[in-house]
Design a protein around this ligand. Structure first.
Ligand code: GLP
Length: 248
């Protein structure tokens, strides 16, 4: 894992956006694996800024998102469908039928998972954007999830619901379950870009960087099995890491 240390979230977002823009410019048919949450928000803002200023073309790009809550309609303001529309899809020229997000709204979630796996098999992700949960989750793969799992329905950890309750009116509104791409699918991506910002993520970063063990209790440790992972993390996120990491 290559760790790039940046000053703050702004720098993290600019660098991540630069990386994505280069990928898309070099390979216009790129498949981007996308994430949600507070972490990639400014990166998406940078992509939008660039699109308006420089007209980077996304008309051939395909996107596939990591996860979605179970039981929220795509119109629900806390759904990841809504998030993606609000922060990215509403601006760039990514064709509607080239964007994929798991459908957490239907009755037959098993079928949704199966279809998503078929999709992942077909579309190899060129660049997967990731955030990390405080408990080390990636996507919604909570601690204890086997690294072999494909797309599946998860029961969200209490800590995750609590942490994500900031996007809802109260914790009671946070869905108890979500659909997520499995870790084995995430690891199939050709390249992974993990973004981390803020002191609340510092313990997770310390664990990820200083602990060599690959352990299902800390899902992000699976990334050590991948040959092309770049972590862009800010000073606060790296504040507990004592070993050397490269400055940008
Ligand atoms: C959420 C999402 C993850 C995200 C993580 C961190 O639960 N399912 O994909 O990376 O938690 O979120 P944030 O960026 O808001 O800290």
């Amino acid at each position: 894992m290559n760790v790039i240390k940046v000053k703050n979230k702004e720098e993290m977002s600019q660098l991540a956006a630069k990386h994505i823009i280069k990928k898309v410019t070099d390979a216009p048919h790129s498949v981007l694996g996308l994430a949600t949450g507070s972490t990639p928000k400014e990166t998406y803002k940078e992509l939008v800024k660039d699109y308006i200023r420089n007209g980077t073309d996304y008309s051939l790009v395909k996107t596939i998102n990591l996860d979605e809550y179970v039981g929220l309609s795509s119109e629900n303001k806390s759904s990841y469908h809504y998030f993606m529309k609000k922060h990215l899809f509403g601006y760039l020229n990514i064709k509607e039928n080239n964007r994929y997000i798991p459908n957490g709204e239907t009755e037959d979630l098993k079928e949704v998972c199966l279809q998503y796996d078929q999709l992942i098999e077909k579309m190899v992700v060129d660049l997967q954007l990731l955030g990390i949960g405080r408990n080390g989750h990636i996507g919604f793969n909570e601690p204890g999830t086997s690294f072999n799992t494909k797309t599946h329905v998860v029961k969200l950890a209490h800590a995750t619901r609590q942490s994500n309750s900031r996007f809802f009116n109260s914790i009671d509104e946070v869905p108890t379950h979500a659909i997520t791409m499995g870790i084995s699918s995430i690891l199939k991506s050709k390249e992974i870009l993990l973004l981390v910002s803020g002191s609340h993520k510092a313990p997770a970063m310390k664990h990820l960087i200083e602990n060599e063990a690959i352990d299902v209790q800390f899902p992000a440790s699976a990334l050590k099995k991948h040959h092309h992972v770049t972590i862009i993390a800010d000073c606060e996120a790296l504040s507990l890491v004592s070993s050397y990491v490269g400055e940008n």
